[in-house]
Design a protein around this ligand. Sequence first.
Ligand code: AMP
Length: 538
Amino acid sequence: MDGTMMDFPLTLTPILERAGKLFPDVEIVTRLPDKSLHRYSYGEFHRRTHLLAAGLEDAGLKRGERVATIMWNSYAHLEAYFAVPCAGGVLHTLNFRLHENDIAYIANHAEDRFLIVDDVLLPIYERIKDKVKFERVFVVSFTGAANPDGLENYEEFLAGGRTDYAFPELDENEACAMCYTSGTTGRPKGVAYSHRAMVLHTFCAGLADTIGLTQRDVLMPVVPMFHANAWGLAHAAVMMGSKLILPGPHLDAESLLGLCDSEQVTLAAGVPTIWMGILQALEADSARWTLHPELRTVVGGSAVPEGMMRGFDRHGITTIHAWGMTETTPLGSVSRLKRGMENLSEDERYQARIKQGLPVPFVEVRVINDEGEAPWDGESMGELQVRGPWIAASYFNSEQGQDKWSEDGWFGTGDVVTIDKEGYIKITDRTKDLIKSGGEWISSVDLENALMGHDSVREAAVIAVPHEKWTERPLAVVVPMEGTEPSAEELGKYLGRDFAKWWLPDAYEFVDDIPRTSTGKFLKTALREKFAAHMWRD
Ligand code: AMP
């Protein structure tokens, strides 16, 4: 027997319309390039989003066609986040930190028709314009500078939009947005998110045991809106009606702490690199800022070092550790303690909290290694595979990379994990980063996190370097804290307290900085190349 419920499509349009009706006075605050604050409300956002959608439709945007953005986190980007998909188009957020050849490749591969670009990012457009085929380019003018020839002004385009515009009815399986993965090897690959996936993901982000966003929150997504849908937080803010703070191009600790103080932010989200800088600023002089007593942070994209989590706790700021991928929209797991775990020792609680956490509802997980499916015993390592309603089932128009899906339809994350009996996932490495020494696994992530807890270590990456006898051995690349000079002996002794002797790096290289990918992760391929010829002194 079927249920007697309505068949109501899960699309972004009702989320936008409801925000316009219920939260017209809630503010959206953007820090502009000149550092001044732009303020308006959901009412104005709703009105302008209709104008943009109307303009795009009149410009000839058809169902399923792509509109690209090259934009920082701002009110205009949020308008595009909703206007494009609700008009039946597909928002394609370009990661402008990539190399220009990659940006052009991605825009062409996605067949982007229109582009919306911040004026301060026009130099990036200039570098790709001869390699791409945007029909029309709309420039959001923050600086007031004249548009280059042939480009159109975003505000003028909006002003021409029809005010009687109504959104079309959409099927929930139509695509609403696209992102390309920032892989360190091979061509970038596209993921096309459906309305249905995005809506369900948005509900999930609101759950108290995941990110727990509410209408009373003041949310500051520091994670760029071009990276994995800003972790779904911009959609979640509009669904919940939360006050939104968008930091524009100013991602330094001073600017972000300034916004946390002036806007009384209660929830902020970003990668560990951002939070490391903020923690250092707080440690130097926390009295400079009056932060909201309930300020908490969602940290993901890379593992949260225990030292950082402890550091924020000392300042009364709780870190919520989340794991995800571009292919998983991205929310996959969140680390929160289960009932009863508050009785664990302090150290045990941190050990649980720095894990990647429990899979969120509807994301199913399993661990696969050479022996098949591994038990959830906290020790057996293997690749994490996932499936669920917001997990990609394929890449967009690509033959490459399809081997990431198993024959029975699970997505292989390339993350090597254990899952404990409580269901907490712990990433021990990415497939290509795992160090295999004498046939045994060593987790470079564990060593890095431990090293980064040492007072004299600012950053550390541990890589596998070829070794005649052991096949591979770990080498630690360390950036010392300013004014300190840690020695290899000292760091070895420090690690020796927590790790078996055969796990300890055989060598340390002290450097000024560690190269990163465009999304801020350690570029281990570059390190491996640099130290490939390392001579072990056995
Ligand atoms: P991306 O698709 O660029 O977001 O990268 C996804 C990958 O980042 C995952 O497969 C992980 O390797 C890594 N990652 C994301 N979140 C975390 C986390 N909380 N801890 C460790 N690694 C993470």
